[in-house]
Design a protein around this ligand. Structure first.
Ligand SMILES: [Zn+2]
Length: 152
């Protein structure tokens, strides 16, 4: 639980940051994409976004020989939400595949990179992000992950 911005002075609103069944469905959607499309180096991360209307949009990371040209899974998923949906992000999650040399072979929730934090903040400043803290999963506002976003 975390304090939310009060609607009126002296009002305290608690926001539940624990994961809902819908959040677990979002993680499962990202895992399903990665299980199906994982390709070492080229497709190693998947993302799933839930729009405000409840629809889920998935994306896969696109690796590139020139590393800075790689495209994050969140951006691919958001592009689908723009073209096919309502262009909103209520909650987002990314999962990564273990590297070939890692002994833990489980897919794992990962934090969005700095660029994706900026992208999500630009388009959905009220979005929530599912993260992993040790063995625990939690959901935090994108604003808390990017306190001072880049501005031109
Ligand atoms: Zn990213």
């Amino acid at each position: 639980m975390r304090l939310k911005k009060p609607k009126r002075p002296n009002e305290t609103v608690l926001e539940d940051l624990t994961l809902s069944d819908a959040d677990h469905e979002l993680i499962a959607a990202a895992n399903a994409v990665l299980e199906r499309y994982y390709k070492p180096f080229w497709h190693t991360v998947a993302a799933a976004l839930r729009s405000r209307d409840g629809r889920i949009w998935t994306g896969i990371h696109i690796g590139a020989t020139v590393g800075r040209l790689a495209i994050c899974a969140e951006a691919v998923a958001y592009g689908r939400a723009v073209l096919e949906g309502d262009a909103t992000i209520e909650t987002a999650v990314a999962v990564r595949h273990p590297k070939p040399e890692e002994t833990d072979r489980e897919l794992a929730v990962v934090s969005p990179c700095g660029a994706c934090r900026e992208m999500i903040m630009d388009h959905a400043p009220d979005a929530r992000i599912i993260l992993k803290d040790g063995d625990a999963l939690l959901k935090l506002p994108i604003r808390s992950l990017l306190v001072l976003p880049y501005r031109r």
